[in-house]
Design a protein around this ligand. Sequence first.
Ligand SMILES: *Cc1c(COP(=O)(O)O)cnc(C)c1O
Length: 403
Amino acid sequence: MTHPLLKHLRDELAALDREGLTKRERLITTPQRARIAVRDPLAEGGERAMINLCANNYLGLADDPDVIASARAALDEFGFGMASVRFICGTQTLHRALETRIARWLGTDDAILFAACFDANGGLFEPLLGPEDAVISDSLNHASIIDGIRMTKARRYRFENADMNALEDRLKEADRDGARFRLIATDGVFSMDGHVAKLPEICALAERYGAMVMVDDCHAHGHLGEGGRGSPALTGGGGRVQIVTGTLGKTLGGGMGGFVAAPQPVIDTLRQRARPYLFSNSLAPPLAAGALKAIDIAEAADDRRERLAILTRRFRVAMEGAGFDLLPGETPIVPVMLGEAQRAQDLARALDERGVYVAGFFYPVVPRGRARIRVQMSTALSDADLDHAIDAFADAGRALGII
Ligand SMILES: *Cc1c(COP(=O)(O)O)cnc(C)c1O
């Protein structure tokens, strides 16, 4: 007999589908890069070439030969996996080398690795804060920060995205509630909208109210700011942000892994008490070695960062010229606003037919009525790739009556 839960789930999935909210996964047959191929039984040879505009591969390091060589060498020297958490028998020289490299790069006392930034954010708040404390969180923060904050016993306060008056009100409220310690948590770059947090203002308020600042810089590390040091470096907030979290799964090679970089007592506390660190496997050696190489490359990659900015400007100007509605911003995330989910799905499909791979984002990832296609620039893209993508957008947009 079918369990009633399964029938319930089928009904819910059918309802999602009727609303045009089902996310479908295409099968890619190549490494991650600007020109990929996807499986398509109807195409000649069973696959189709596409230009990829939706990877977090901002500096093109996901298939970088030096990153791959470094990972391969580690596979030979350190093996495939650790089969242990860090504190039992899962810490190789390689793991400490990566942690100290991250700390040196970002200018913090130390760093600690997690299996993903989702885990870094998930494990960060609970050990640091108790019921006497306050955590003040931006309303657009990433799901992993929201979940991490849910795990704390601290009082939770939320301010509207980037609203500094609201942040100040929450800080005053926390004060009135008698908070012992206050921690402000924000994304460095808001991934769905592509804008940068107002770190100088946030840090100034933090200093006035005796709060600490935590920034999740997953969409900035490697490709934004001097040395790729992310949003604090970009906004001049460097040195005033105490706790930074990041991922090895985006610009820094796109493999896997996350980290916290912070003052020594924070890192030492997380090593003793962060649950995703204590109760989850150590990062695989090839991933650690690939990320180490990616950081070396990214830190020195002023040329790539400049190229990324040029590509982004060129894409923005062309798309606005064609009549598309873009959210403003200074990062390589370019949201093309489309309104209803179905419209984003239709444009994504029309682009797919024209050899351009994009992803439509809609509720619950973004608010209802604010569906979009989020385009992400990458230095892996050639000028010809970008021209092709722009032409495809214009052609598909006209065909659907969007522009
Ligand atoms: C991608 C992302 C994460 C999750 O990183 P993973 O290492 O993939 O788990 C966390 N926070 C933000 C802001 C992100 O963009």
